[in-house]
Design a protein around this ligand. Structure first.
Ligand code: ADP
Ligand code: MG
Length: 302
């Protein structure tokens, strides 16, 4: 019997699985082996804690933006921001966690079905710049330089949550299991077949991929979007223009091997980054990352 109900757990001998609605998606953790239940339940505990830490820390950062004061944040959020900054450099700013003001402009536009004005876009642009997020390693604190700046971890937190669970599964010697952050990121212990959704036929799969001890992450224009005057406006924003990216990609899936320490976090970041960069520039950047590759890419039809 499949278990698809939120907050539902199922146990069968040494197999244990549980699903919870977290970070706007259905997170399903499955494990086989004698520690399966402990691995899954402890992982969920850590993921729920992570969600709380993110909420508190982002609020504190936002409240202190522009006040020229570093604020101490949790080690987890600090680590996420540090990894994000590394990838912002690598992708020439295509991935940028200070994107929040621009994401909000487009969220409001979607809700009201009115496109934002140029003024609203330039106001957001003024606040989006990862170089104005400072991190201080010595005491694990952070600072946003300008008042109004805000952080959005929507392109990294699911991958980071998957890595947290992956570490707990590994400590518990789980060899066969699945960490599934719904629309975003998956890590497979052992061999697993994963269906990749067809971006234009949501109930169809475009491909089934076999992955083993690796993370995959997908970014697409089909999960969160609105249509206005026949045009599709999705949720991935180019930090340079503060508008939804236009790169002809409908969906991209990145695989990062489990050799990489933060493979799920990296996969989550890279799928969003390559969606922004487009295929050609994206592939160039991946040349520098031997553990990462594109395993599925669908173009928008003309
Ligand atoms: P999912 O939420 O399914 O994992 P993605 O991994 O592609 O989707 O992340 C998209 C989310 O990342 C957006 O909803 C937004 O919160 C955030 N985001 C949008 N554009 C960027 C960007 N250029 N850099 C970093 N984060 C972004
Ligand atoms: Mg993602």
């Amino acid at each position: 019997m499949a278990c698809l109900i939120f907050g539902c757990a199922k146990s069968d001998g040494e197999h244990y699985e549980r699903g919870e609605k977290i970070m706007g998606t259905l997170v399903t953790l499955k494990a086989d082996g004698k520690n399966s239940r402990a691995a899954v339940d402890e992982s969920f505990e850590k993921i729920f804690e992570l969600v709380e830490k993110i909420k508190t820390d982002l609020k504190r950062l936002e409240d202190s933006a522009g006040k020229k004061e570093f604020v101490k944040i949790s080690p987890e959020v600090f680590e996420m921001l540090s990894i994000a900054q590394k990838y912002s450099e690598l992708t020439d700013g295509a991935f940028d966690v200070t994107i929040a003001p621009a994401v909000d402009v487009w969220k409001i536009a979607g809700k009201n079905k009115i496109l934002p004005t140029d003024e609203e876009i330039s106001a957001a642009k003024n606040l989006v710049d990862f170089r104005r997020l400072s991190l201080r390693e010595s005491d694990g604190s952070a600072m946003l330089e300008k008042s109004g700046m805000r952080i959005d971890l929507g392109g990294i937190a699911k991958g980071y949550g998957a890595d947290l669970a992956r570490k707990i599964f590994a400590e518990k010697n789980i060899r066969d299991g699945l960490i599934d952050f719904g629309t975003s990121t998956i890590f497979a212990f052992g061999k697993k077949n994963i269906g990749i959704k067809n971006p234009r036929q949501k109930n169809e799969l475009s491909e089934i991929l076999e992955i083993e001890n690796s993370a995959i992450a997908t970014s697409g224009d089909y999960e969160k979007f609105f249509v206005l005057d026949g045009r599709r406006y999705h949720h991935i924003i180019d930090p340079k223009t503060c508008r939804p990216t236009e790169n002809k990609i409908a969906s991209v899936t990145i695989l990062v091997s489990g050799n990489e320490k933060n493979c799920a976090t990296a996969a989550d970041i890279l799928s969003t980054s390559i969606f922004v960069l487009g295929e050609e520039r994206g592939r160039k950047i991946l040349e520098q990352l031997p553990d990462a590759k594109i395993i599925n890419l669908a173009h928008q039809s003309p």
